[in-house]
Every structure is written in C-alpha cells, then in structure tokens.
Design a protein around this ligand. Structure first.
Ligand code: PLP
Length: 377
C-alpha cells in the first residue's frame, strides 16, 4: 500500500494504539468518579492536556478536549457570535474554509447573520489585507484557517491578529488549525487567535478527538453541549479517555524530532512537485507553504477516475475533498481555474514515513493513466 492521503487521516503508530489499549482495558475509570480508579484518570487527563497544550504553546487551562475538529470549529464560531451578539451580526471568513466552518456560517446566515467569504487568487493565496478590509464595526468574528486542507496554502494569521484590533477591537478571531498543528509553526501565543481548533487524527492520533484553545479575550465562553459540566463546565460529556490518551501519545511522538520530520516532508513535496511536473498535462496547482500537501491537476482527466485507477493499484490519493459527485469542490471552484484543470485536481499529502519510492510509484501510475486513458474533460 502506498498511502499519500495524510491530510485525510494518518496511520496510528503502534505506541499510540498501545496507550489507548491500556486505557480501554485497565484504566477505564470515569474521571468524574470519586474513587481511585476515577481520580487517577482525572490526573491522567490533566497530564495529557498538558502534553497537547505544550505542543500548541498554550496554558493547559485554556485547552478543552472535543470529539473532533468539526466540533471545535462549530463551538468556536458559535461562542464568538454569542459573546459579540451586541457587536453585530457580520462574520468574515474565506471561501476555502473546511465545510465545518462554512456550513456553520451558512447555519448562522439562516439566523440572520451576514457572511463575507473572501476569495483566494488562482494559487490559493489570501492576504491579511483582504481579510482586514472586510472587517466592519458590526463584525463579530473573523474565522480563517491556518493551512488549507486541499491546497496546502498557509494563511497569515499572526498578521491578521495584529491588524484586527485596529479595525475592530471587539471582533474575535478563530483559526481552524487542523491542518497546521505540528505541520507549520502553530503557537497559540504567536498566532494571537482567540480560538484555535485542532484534531487528533491528522497527527497520528485516533479519530474522534480534538481540542479547542480558548483565549483570555473570550469571557464566559458559551458551551456547545449542556450537561454534566466536564472540561471545566464548558464541554459536557464523559471524557473520551482512550482517545485523549492516544491524542497525547501521538503528539509526543510527532514532537520527537519534529524539525527533521517536517524538513523530510517538505523535501518529499518538492521532489513530488518536480517529478510529477514532467508528466504531460500535469501542473502543480498551488504553491502552499505547508510541507505535507501538494495539489496537482492532470488537466482533462477527471480526478475521480484517477483516484479509482490508482486505488486499484494500491496507491491512495484524494480527489477527496477535491471532488464532490463529479463537481469540483468549493475550494477548487474558488480558484476559478479553466474547466479541464479544475476537473483534474487531485491532492497528494505526505507524512513523516513517505518515501521517494512512494512518489516514484505514484508518478508511474499517473503517467500510465495519462498515456492509456482517454481524456474526458
Ligand atoms: N478542518 C480542516 C481544515 C480539516 O482538514 C478537517 C478534516 O479533514 C476538519 C476541520 C475536520 O476535522 P475532524 O475530521 O476532526 O472533524
């Protein structure tokens, strides 16, 4: 198997599965229970929180475990709108956010909010100036992702955070850092966002766990889930202890030699971009700075056919988010590319384990697809 879809999800290292297994079978207490099995778990959850918070460079007391990145995005957006309900009903975001943000914004539109979706250029870039220009006196929230999940573009969060108070000091800033965490510099202190969403399964952890950082400008954050008051009263629901243990272990493993891992991934991305560009009709779509995502297009060959063909050869890439029922995704559509190029976009995404041999195999399969299949677009 050649797995080139690490932006979709990541393989779980053995040590992560082992950490989870121990919790599932031996340390299965409920952290809210008042006997040692529960109290020990409570202490463990606090340690795991420290580990994840350390990687995000934030105070552990400001980090709340969630069930996924999607939950973090929904929670942040709704909590920001709640705090700023008297500031106004305007949201600034981008046209290329993950659906977890865009669908939540659509839902708010139904409640009377106005949403400005800033468009990228043809390479997927968005400037801080574009975002700040869209901010108004009634802007409750700016939500801009750190790294785009389909293109790999890195967005200028720190610059947006620095400029935002000058445009509107009340506006809160959220970043969906699901694809940025442990891939690009992602320090809560340096980013300056009020909310930061991260997710476990993009960094070698299990699916079904994430975390939301909530900064000091957020007063009495409104919970998304009402209930038993876990997570300091802000995120009810019995803590998913095995998931959290796996997330923390994955973070610990990723951070070990992280600089080297990221350098290797960036080198693989560079190698792939050069190697694949030699295939006729193939172009690199974005020049994103994230080391793990490369968007390419085999112009004229529908992306879902490429994905299916490669899948039969045991090579896994994504039309992914990049193609919904034969139509280009909202991200590809926002780039306003020629139809043949847009229809052929696929995403390759890399992990620390990806090798040049993986890229070679993918390049041969793509070349064969180009040479043996008729273009249809
Ligand atoms: N945000 C981005 C940028 C993502 O790439 C993803 C997952 O693909 C999510 C949010 C959702 O995360 P989760 O799968 O943990 O809900």
């Amino acid at each position: 198997m050649i797995y080139l879809d690490h932006a979709a999800t990541t393989p779980i290292p053995r040590a992560v599965a082992d950490a989870m297994y121990t919790v599932l079978t031996e340390q299965f207490g409920n952290p809210s229970s008042q006997y040692s099995l529960g109290l020990d778990m409570k202490k463990q959850v606090a340690l795991w929180r420290e580990m994840v918070a350390g990687a995000l460079d934030c105070d552990a007391s400001r980090l709340y475990f969630t069930a996924c990145g999607t939950e973090g995005d929904n929670w942040a957006i709704q909590a920001a709108c709640w705090q700023n309900r008297r500031v106004g009903r305007h949201i600034v975001t981008t046209a290329v956010e993950h659906s977890a943000v865009l669908e939540c914004c659509k839902w708010l539109e139904l409640q009377g909010y106005e949403v400005t979706r800033v468009l990228p250029d043809k390479r997927g870039n968005i400037t801080a100036g574009q975002i700040l220009d869209a901010v108004r006196p009634d802007t409750a929230l700016v939500s801009v992702m750190l790294v785009n999940n389909e293109l790999g573009n890195l967005y200028p969060l720190a610059e947006i955070a620095a400029g935002l108070p000058l445009k509107n000091p009340k506006t809160l800033l959220h970043t969906d850092a699901v694809q940025g965490f442990l891939k690009v510099p992602c320090s809560a202190k340096a980013l300056g966002a009020d909310f930061i969403t991260i997710s476990g399964h993009k960094v070698g952890g299990p699916k079904g766990v994430g975390a939301l950082y909530i900064g000091p400008r957020v007063r009495n954050p409104k919970p998304l889930l009402a209930g038993g008051g876990q997570e300091g009263g802000l995120r009810s629901g019995t803590e998913a202890t095995a998931q959290i243990a796996g997330f923390a272990k994955a973070v610990e493993l990723r951070r070990d030699g992280l600089e080297d891992k990221l350098r290797r991934m960036a080198a693989i991305k560079q190698y792939a971009a050069e190697r694949l560009s030699a295939i006729p009709d193939l172009t690199v779509i974005s020049d994103g700075a994230a080391p793990h995502i490369l968007a390419i297009s085999l112009a004229g060959w529908p992306s879902q056919n490429i994905v299916n063909d490669l899948s039969q050869q045991g090579i896994f890439v994504s039309a992914g988010s990049a193609c919904h029922q034969g139509k280009p995704s909202h991200v590809v559509a926002a780039l306003n590319l020629p139809k043949r190029t847009a229809g052929g976009v696929i995403r390759l995404s890399f992990g620390p384990e990806t090798t040049e041999a993986d890229i070679e195999a993918c390049a041969s399969a793509l070349r064969a697809h180009h040479d043996c299949r008729m273009p249809m677009l």
